[in-house]
Ligand binder design. Structure first.
Ligand code: KMH
Ligand code: ZN
Length: 275
């Protein structure tokens, strides 16, 4: 049986230290959170950058600092920068971390109505541009799909030759404007994927844990971390991303599932071996 790849989305762009003081802003805080997550069993660190004051940034040099520091602390981990960034950022801004040639990056597959007047823009041409940039640099895209139509868009771009197989999806549930964080919607999305694709499941807030467990039961992989959920239990903040990862590792063990090391994750996702 294939092993379970745990992704830790350690920072995100939206959560703050006012909500949970363990949310990382500084380089040292990022290193601490990445180390806790990897030591607990995460193979992939999904990374949004922050300035020291907590403001989200896609600045290439800030990403370089963070990636170099995390790599030193966690030399085997797969570091997956976000190209989603935060709403309101331009495509050029968002693409900056790809200039560092990471082995993987997120590729958002549709525009989202986040609420009010907030729109997360991913036009078809932007997705094609981001995919071309990743192909040129040998970066494995993780296809972020917040709804069924995003899967359809991704598959259209696969058929048109813009995105290469093997495909790895991240099904993101419970974000305003997208699919609901319910078993019904997860089953629908999972069965909308091509048979040969691998998939991770992310779900917001209190839905993170049950849908992570469902993902593992369905042959998929879980994504945990502060980007999607800052609480360990109702009204109780998680002390670290590592605490969330450790709980998944325990549950996977009870389910007789083994946890993939970063190198095993590269193998499962059919990525080149670590350099
Ligand atoms: N923060 C959201 C606007 C990604 O990382 O690619 C976008 C996001 C997706 O988190
Ligand atoms: Zn993200």
């Amino acid at each position: 049986m294939s092993k379970v790849i745990i992704t830790a989305a350690i920072s995100g762009a939206e959560v703050t230290q006012e909500m949970n003081p363990a949310v990382p802003y500084t380089v040292d805080e990022f290193v601490r959170e990445a180390r806790f997550a990897v030591d607990a069993g995460a193979a992939i660190i999904h990374l949004h950058a922050r300035q020291d004051d907590g403001s989200p940034t896609q600045d290439r040099e800030r990403f370089r600092l963070l990636i170099d520091a995390i790599r030193e602390a966690c030399p085997t981990a797969i570091i997956q920068p976000s190209t989603g960034g935060a709403t309101g950022m331009t495509a050029e801004e968002r693409l900056q971390p790809t200039e560092l040639n990471p082995e993987m990056a997120s590729l958002d597959c549709g525009t989202m109505n986040f609420g009010g007047d907030e729109i997360f823009v991913n036009t078809e041409n932007m997705i094609i541009e981001f995919a071309a940039c990743m192909r040129e640099r040998g970066i494995k895209p993780e296809l972020e799909c917040f709804d069924k139509s995003h899967i359809d868009m991704a598959m259209r771009l696969v058929r048109q030759g813009h995105i290469d197989r093997p495909l790895h999806f991240n099904l993101v549930l419970g974000v305003n404007g997208g699919a609901a964080a319910t078993p019904r919607d997860l089953i629908f999305l999972r069965h909308s994927l091509p048979e040969d694709a691998s998939f991770t499941v992310s779900a917001m807030g209190r839905h993170q844990l049950p849908l992570n467990v469902m993902a593992m039961a369905m042959g998929g992989h879980p994504r945990t971390g502060f980007e999607d959920n800052i609480q360990y239990a109702r009204g109780v903040n998680a002390k670290s991303n590592g605490e969330l990862v450790a709980r998944l590792v325990r549950i996977a063990g009870e389910m007789n599932l083994e946890i993939a090391t970063p190198d095993e994750a590269r193998d499962i996702l059919q990525m080149p071996p670590r350099k």
